[in-house]
Ligand binder design. Structure first.
Ligand SMILES: Nc1ncnc2c1ncn2[C@@H]1O[C@H](COP(=O)(O)OP(=O)(O)OP(=O)(O)O)[C@@H](O)[C@H]1O
Ligand SMILES: [Mg+2]
Length: 566
């Protein structure tokens, strides 16, 4: 039978006119954009989303308290309303938000007090809390309850939602409260979240927050009503970080034009010296020789080509490295105090490096610490075989790396973070830690900068800039060398004890044998001579052991340059 072949009809496509295509043209608000792309804000994954929510609210409270000069007290509580359905409440004793600003600060994306300044704060973009309020209404349809109290104003209570089409706040149920309250209290509901304890939990996030903020008193109530409280170990606020001017080496043509159009200077030369860090008259004179226009012209009249010319000239001019005195580290003593109180280690060593700069013109500083023994590291369950038959679960301590950017813990994307990679690149065996992964060790690293180079908008990992990596490496070498000396000393003491124990056990038998072979009857004398011999041997062994610091060489290719070279 002849096969019936069905011929495919060729579709001839007609060109579609632009006018027809553009009937679909629409503008979108930033709120609509983040509604579709919430993963960009770290709001993906049920557990990660919950931790990110807490992170955004707690970092805001800390930033606000520190800026206002108030020792922070923060209360976080989580209640379970149903399956994967939670209510989160965060209350702080900060300055509060003035009544006329509260709705737009919290209910409008890309609005806040920090984006336009180059200052070392935890928040930078103005999308943290508003992204959280958006997520709450997206998953529950409910607004966020807010109470704000300032020193001068009344205590105001209101509900805030965001109109995502226009990126504007929608306020309902606004009223005043009689009882005086100062600070900010937020209560919001979320669906599709999971709360569990462990490495990436809120509990861990808050523990790490307490470690890096010794001036903070923090309380957390979990859904079972269990309360964990961290009481401040330091009664002094950190110095207030000041805003810095941008360094000329980091500026692009587009930024140059934006600064020029919005500044108040009348001439390009005074605009340069007043807008940028380290821009003196010598640099202006040098640049005048290199550019093809008069630096006395009005900065607002600068063309794109002239701005390009200016940037090219800046690249050929020498500038002193950016100022670094606006960074505020936690400080060695303060880190020690909180690690001692929270981690309770056997041995602790912390270093705060001097500030320096990375390419792009931003100042940064690294702090590192190693806590060893005691409650250092994290608890993990392992299966062990008891008496060669029974399998039992035992809890042991394994190493942990606690990463921070501007004192805020980084919990996720550990593998892609420059901090993790640098800690893992350390040859821990050289420092007496024979099995790093399974050792009771907490490695602490805090990176501070007016501009942290995150790998993405989710702000959970630092990108591997070589200057930053080198500084972390130097800090870690310093602390691990000290912990190495401690561990080796400790091992030596243990071995000595063990040898003494063995000697004590067998010495009477050796003495008996000596009585028989030598005929010497004075057992006490034999024992005394034998002990002296053993002690002498142990002392000789001790003198022969090499300290780890002898073979550690600092990488002298990393120098602190006075001159900031591109
Ligand atoms: N607890 C608080 N107390 C006082 N002001 C606050 C508080 N939380 C937020 N704000 C104000 O609201 C603004 C917006 O907060 P939001 O978290 O959205 O952005 P941000 O903190 O500036 O930057 P980021 O997006 O990086 O978090 C802040 O800049 C601050 O002015
Ligand atoms: Mg914020």
């Amino acid at each position: 039978m002849a096969e019936k072949v069905q011929e495919k009809k060729e579709i001839v496509r007609k060109e579609v006119e632009a006018e027809q295509l553009f009937t679909e043209f629409k503008e979108h608000s930033v709120a609509d954009f983040f509604k579709k792309n919430k993963q960009m804000l770290g709001l993906s994954g049920k557990q990660r989303t919950l931790t990110t929510i807490i992170h955004e609210l707690v970092t805001n409270s800390l930033d606000a308290c520190e800026e206002a000069g108030i020792l922070p007290e923060i209360e976080v509580s989580l209640s379970e309303l149903g399956s994967e359905y939670y209510e989160i409440s965060v209350v702080d004793n900060g300055p509060g938000i003035p009544e006329d600003k509260v709705a737009s600060a919290l209910g409008k994306l890309l609005a806040g007090t920090k984006f336009h300044r180059l200052v070392q704060t935890r928040g930078q973009q103005g999308i943290g809390v508003s992204g959280i309020i958006l997520l709450s209404q997206m998953t529950t349809g409910k607004p966020t309850k807010v109470i704000s109290g300032t020193n001068k104003g009344k205590t105001v209570s209101l509900e805030i939602a965001i109109d995502s089409k226009t990126n504007t706040p929608k306020v309902t149920d606004k009223h005043y409260l009689d009882n005086k309250f100062k600070g900010l209290a937020l209560k919001c509901k979320f669906k599709d979240l999971i709360y569990k304890k462990g490495q990436n939990s809120i509990d861990e996030y808050l523990r790490r927050t307490a470690i890096a903020n010794p001036h903070l008193t923090l309380q957390f109530q979990d859904p079972q009503g269990e309360i964990t409280k961290y009481t401040r170990t330091v009664n002094k606020l950190p110095n207030i970080p000041t805003a810095v001017k941008p360094h000329p080496r980091g500026v692009t043509v587009d930024e140059m034009l934006t600064y020029a159009r919005h500044g108040s200077a009348r001439k390009v030369n005074s605009f340069l010296t007043s807008t940028f860090d380290r821009f003196g008259q010598t640099a202006v004179d040098n640049i005048q020789k290199l550019v093809h226009f008069d630096l006395n012209k009005d900065p607002r009249a600068l063309s794109w080509e002239e701005a390009e010319d200016l940037i090219k000239a800046i690249k050929q001019t020498k500038f002193i490295a950016p100022s670094t005195d606006n960074l505020v580290p936690i400080g060695e003593d303060h880190i020690k105090k909180s690690l001692k109180a929270i981690v309770e280690p056997e041995f602790l060593c912390v270093v705060t490096r001097k500030p320096t700069v990375y390419q792009g013109g931003y100042a940064f500083q690294v702090e590192a610490g190693v806590a060893y023994g005691g409650k250092a590291g994290r608890l993990v369950s392992v299966e062990k075989i008891k008496d060669k038959k029974e399998v039992v679960i035992e809890e042991v301590r394994a190493s942990e790396i606690i990463r921070y950017a501007n004192k805020a813990p980084l919990l996720f994307d550990a593998g892609g973070c420059a901090i993790t990679k640098t800690v893992e690149s350390v040859d821990w065996k050289r420092y007496g830690v024979s099995n790093f992964d399974n050792s009771p060790i907490t490695v602490f690293v805090n990176l501070i900068s007016v501009h942290i180079p995150y790998t993405s908008a989710g702000k959970s990992a630092v990108s591997d800039d070589s200057d930053i990596v080198n500084e972390i490496k130097l800090a870690l070498m310093d602390v691990s060398r000290k912990v190495g000396i401690y561990i080796i000393e400790k091992k030596r003491e243990e071995e000595k004890k063990e040898k003494k124990k063995v000697f004590a056990k067998y010495a009477p038998y050796v003495v008996e044998a000596l009585v028989h072979t030598t005929g010497e009857k004075n057992k006490d004398l034999l024992l005394k001579n034998l002990s002296n011999m053993v002690l002498e041997k142990l002392k000789m062994e001790e003198a022969g052991v090499k300290a780890p610091e002898d073979d550690v060489v600092e990488d002298d290719s990393i120098t602190e340059e006075e001159e900031f070279e591109e």
